[in-house]
Design a protein around this ligand. Sequence first.
Ligand SMILES: [Zn+2]
Length: 487
Amino acid sequence: MPQPLDTLVYNGTVLTLDTTFSILNDGCVGIRDGRIVQVASRQGDGSLPDAKETVDAEGGIVLPGLVNAHTHLPMSLFRGLADDLPLSMWLNEHIFPAEATHITPESVALGTLLSCGELLLAGTTTCCDGYFFEDSVAEAARTTGLRALLGQGVIDFPAPGVSDPNDNVRHAAAFADKWQNVDPLLKPSIFAHSPYTCSAKTLKAAKAAASDRGLLFQIHVAETRLEFRSIRSETDETPVAYLNRLGLLDPDTLLVHAVWLDEGDLAIISGQGATMAHCPESNMKLASGVASAPRWIDQGLTVGIGTDGCASNNDLDLFKEMDMAAKLHKAHSGDPTVMDAATVLKMATIDGARAIGLDRDIGSIEIGKQADLIIMDVSRPHLFPLYNPISHIVYSASGSDVRHVMVSGQFLVRDRRLTTIDIDDIMDRVNGLATEIRQTGKSAKRLTLRRIRHAHRRQTSLDNARDRQDKQANRKANQNAPYSCWI
Ligand SMILES: [Zn+2]
């Protein structure tokens, strides 16, 4: 007599995202001890295997939980605080001052809870995060049941929780040591902010700390044209070539953004096996440019998709991110065949899992993998009729169409309600903090700008004249290149 399943999900169209992209009509997914043990269409006689709990997908779509390959969970606290600004102004005059004043272990935990609730309700079961007070991020994420890869941020100026930049790598390493093997859903990582906010010495030390522990190393790179020019003028190399010379690129390095690359950079990344996080909405909103994600994929790079922090997006809905990614590259290239829906869905599931090193456990519905899956309700006007479930997921659905969410066999969302946290209470508390952020925002900006300018000369040396030059050059490049970022 076979042991009964813990949970059986039935009566759904199962998108497995396995190597052959199998789609099972009237599919069943059996789960035991948090893992997937059966994936099949219903038996011919209509019978179902024994299970302690059966969940009727009611004709909906069952797919792997989505993987957000790049975010900053606590930054949901700053959602909508400052919009419609260039990255340097947005960061230096709004986000950094707000962080300096309002980011505490408590506020980080609160912002993380809000973000985890938002992610889960919208079908994301795994995220790859980097921020400060990451200890608080980990504690908060743990209470929600979300699966997360968490990196303590490393940056060469005083940061929340790390007042002396000389301690930044040591602090990140201590976080990693504390959270190694504590919770099967949480994995530590190390996140160096960028090549323009970290010295070569810091970058090498941060990568060494990650490598010594077998952890993922994350870094924003080549996000803006200003960064590209700044690094090139200092090193005579592109940002990617610079990181490569420092020995930072290998399959355990996740490059985030990578908007400004040249042909040599692509060959370097491909040769070293580093992986990519594509964040189209953030890049669009901050007018950073259009990353050449279709070319990355053509070159065989591993590409996940990320929302980036909420303050530059301004939501964490990967359905919207998929839709945007597919359409952006079609519009930009003039080719409607690029970034087809299946490719984008892979980026948000199995390829995203691969980009952050978790593909052996998650990213597809296959026997032996963790039971991280979502069930979408398709009984809504905007999802009628249903010819092709992949099309609906990318082009018609949104996070609010997700009805049930499971991580490691546990339902964290049932009928659109979170089971592990009280989201109404969290939103009330966030509202209270937002009132303070709004009231003190202007004075915080004045007080902290001086300190930031002093400690962060590289960024502030980008004066207005240079900015104008860059804008002119950018316009010129846009006229001639298939991708504005392709220089
Ligand atoms: Zn980011």
